[in-house]
Design a protein around this ligand. Structure first.
Ligand code: ACO
Length: 326
């Protein structure tokens, strides 16, 4: 069986920084609350006029450049997003054209913060089945477009950005070892954006009532998140035949430092083996895992031959994990 390997990684973030001090001017909050409850110090915010594809395209371009694979050889582009440029065509199609991925099929995938793990699972399966050689797996969101900056319980958490990996035939003993993805639709009301779809199309009323902003039950999400991270990690370790100490880098979804710490402690993974970008970028949805992976890979904090374990959770509810050797 062909194994799928990570041949390149890339990420892209807006330049504009929104600090906790900035948020203190916008809502009734303070730096100390945000840092102690979440671990977030600042986040990046896209400029007006920019769209998700602008960041996804750059992240994909960087992953392609690292791999040395030509755009015209890519068979598939998967773009995980909950803030597509438009309802349709897909953001994937827009990126496909921009990068000249002439023979790639391209589409969007909706699994919120778990989107990258869903896309990675799908891309890996296509390669293992022999139906694709090179798959660009990307995730990107401009959450600042759907965040209510008068709601202090959500606006401090989120930021914008995109990340990508290029999957292709694995070299040597590298490659994806195991993955799992899960859903529980009974948790659909934990975290949602109500309007703009077919049930509540955009009208003056939905705009006036703020139904185009995301809403979240924070404590419920927190409880679900810890348990989901632990169970997905356990499952992926077992399937891959790995022990926690085999993991060189643990790359969790960057939602809350306390969630990450709770999960990490369960497996006795030391601090220095956890990829953290949360303090700088906040929660960038599905892109938080590939952004952290890319930053730590490029900084030499993880290298070829190392085992990486990614794990995440999000709206849906959705969750999952993947283990691979770089
Ligand atoms: N600044 C100051 N005070 C605040 C703020 C703020 N920004 N936000 C809430 N508070 C207040 C609350 O009003 C509450 O006050 P009260 O006790 O007088 O009612 C108090 O702080 C405590 O609020 P809690 O919600 O209990 O705080 P908690 O410790 O649970 O932290 C948080 C809230 C950070 C949202 C946490 O629950 C969390 O991280 N949950 C998970 C969120 C998450 O991971 N979301 C992403 C999902 S992935 C995706 O798909 C997008």
């Amino acid at each position: 069986r062909v194994r799928a390997g990570i041949l390149g990684t890339g990420s892209a973030l807006p330049k504009r920084v929104l600090t906790n001090a900035d948020l203190e001017q916008m809502v009734e909050t303070n730096n100390e609350w945000i840092v102690t409850r979440t671990g977030i110090e600042e986040r990046r915010i896209a400029e007006p006029g920019e769209a998700t594809s602008d960041y996804v395209a750059v992240a994909c371009q960087r992953a392609l450049e690292m791999s040395g694979v030509s755009p015209s050889d890519v068979d598939m582009l998967i773009c995980a997003t909950v803030t597509p440029d438009h309802a349709f065509p897909s953001t994937g199609n827009i990126v496909q054209e921009r990068l000249g991925l002439t023979k790639a099929s391209a589409f969007d995938l909706s699994a919120a913060c778990s989107g990258f793990l869903y896309a990675l699972s799908l891309g890996t399966s296509m390669i293992e089945a022999g139906r694709a050689k090179y798959v660009l797996v990307s995730a990107g969101d401009i959450l600042s477009r759907i965040v209510d900056y008068t709601d202090r319980t959500t606006c401090v958490l989120f930021g914008d950005g995109a990340g990508a990996v290029l999957l292709g035939p694995a070299h040597g003993d590298s490659g994806v070892m195991s993955f799992n993805i899960h859903s529980d639709g009974s948790g659909k009301d934990t975290l949602y954006l109500k309007a703009g779809g077919s049930r509540y199309p955009a009208t003056q009323e939905t705009v006036a009532s703020g139904d185009h902003y995301l809403k979240m039950a924070g404590r419920d999400t927190f409880k679900f998140a810890v348990q989901a991270m632990v169970s997905a990690t356990e499952e992926v370790l077992e399937q891959a035949g790995l022990q926690p100490e085999d993991v060189a880098l643990y790359v969790p979804h960057q939602a809350n430092l306390r969630i990450i710490d709770a999960a990490r402690r369960r497996f006795h993974i030391p601090d220095d083996r956890v990829a953290l970008t949360l303090n700088k970028y906040g929660n960038t949805s599905g892109s938080s895992i590939p952004i952290a992976l890319d930053e730590f890979y490029r900084a030499g904090r993880v290298k070829k031959g190392d085992v990486v374990l990614c794990v995440g959770f999000g709206a849906g509810l959705t969750w999952g994990a993947a283990a691979f050797r770089l």
